[in-house]
Design a protein around this ligand. Structure first.
Ligand SMILES: [Zn+2]
Length: 326
């Protein structure tokens, strides 16, 4: 623990752990925990990363935000972080918790006596909830070929309206394209937080598996802008804005992975992440092994390509591309 005094502003920085599991070899698995607390009371914000073990950009983004805040201390409030929520999956570069094969982001709010994922989720959720946060930013990664964007969960209903509206307002300050999710993912971290009246949103920072330095920089700037919006840091000289085509700038779009493939075969993509597309436009073609066309994926709405699948393998019902649609 150290105090950082600069221009009369002081804060405590702390790095510690929360135990989650003792392995059969008696090794300990722990949740690394980071905190910066200003002496001036203010909003509490959480950053969470690597809930999916192969989504590594959030870990580094959180490290960079903390480094920045040690040079430019918080004006007020507290920033907390779980940079590596799924250390077991991370070590195997796997989305799920490998030893139980569970998706941690489908295990919230968790349970002390539940499955392994639910027990880890419970530790994360109760720790976050105890701090009564103003906002939780959950950092993820998407397909290898994808643009970064911010996701807002579906409206959790009237009783949780305030948390939902606050999450939406913060998303507008992220500098990324804002996408409304269609489907409720009941047991995700962000949706569970909203249902407990805690504003939460997801930031997808481009591709999984390998840290993309450009997306780290975008993520860091986005987080700092959101902290500035909450009055926790001084406003940066320049507000971050991810370079988007004019037609989608400032718009809130809806997430869609339709249409799905209707056939098996090899996918050849005709559009790439970040391309603006029109209703009726062909964006991918699926051929059988002899080169005979089996299906053409055609946009069902105007929008932008968020990304396309990590492989060129098609089968009936397989999502081929993700779109933000008007
Ligand atoms: Zn994820």
């Amino acid at each position: 623990m150290k105090a950082n005094t600069d221009k009369g502003i002081s804060q405590k920085v702390r790095y510690s752990f929360i135990k989650i599991l003792t392995g059969s070899d008696l090794s300990r698995k722990r949740l690394p925990f980071m905190s910066i607390e200003s002496v001036n009371s203010g909003p509490v914000v959480w950053l969470t990363g690597c809930i999916h073990g192969d989504e590594v950009t959030g870990i580094v983004t959180i490290q960079e935000v903390f480094k920045t805040l040690q040079k430019q201390p918080l004006v007020k409030g507290s920033l907390y972080a779980f940079p590596l929520m799924n250390p077991i999956g991370f070590e195997a570069a796997s989305r799920n918790i490998t030893i139980s094969r569970e998706d941690l982001n489908r295990s919230f709010p968790g349970s002390k006596s539940g499955s392994l994922a639910q027990r880890i989720a419970d530790k994360i959720f109760t720790t976050i909830k105890q701090t009564k946060p103003s906002l939780v930013l959950d950092l993820h990664n998407d397909w290898v070929k994808s643009i970064p964007y911010t996701v807002i969960d579906p409206n959790p209903g009237q009783p949780h309206k305030q948390a939902y509206e606050k999450a939406k307002a913060a998303a507008e300050k992220s500098g990324f394209l804002v996408i409304l999710d269609n489907d409720v993912v009941e047991e995700s971290l962000s949706f569970s937080l909203l249902r407990h009246d805690i504003p939460a949103l997801t930031i997808e920072l481009g591709e999984s598996y390998v840290v993309n330095e450009r997306n780290v920089e975008y993520g860091m700037k986005s987080v700092l802008d959101i902290l500035a919006y909450l009055g926790m840091v001084d406003k940066p000289e320049e507000t971050f804005s991810f370079g988007l085509p004019e037609v989608v700038k400032g718009k809130t779009l809806r997430f869609s992975t339709e249409p799905f493939s209707s056939a098996s075969g090899v996918i050849r993509f005709l559009a790439k992440a970040g391309d603006v597309v029109k209703k009726g436009q062909a964006v991918a073609k699926i051929y059988n092994t002899f080169g005979k066309l089996q299906d053409t994926i055609v946009c069902i709405s105007d929008g932008i390509v968020l990304g396309h699948s990590d492989s060129s393998v098609a089968f009936p019902g397989a999502p081929v591309m993700a779109f933000g649609v008007f």
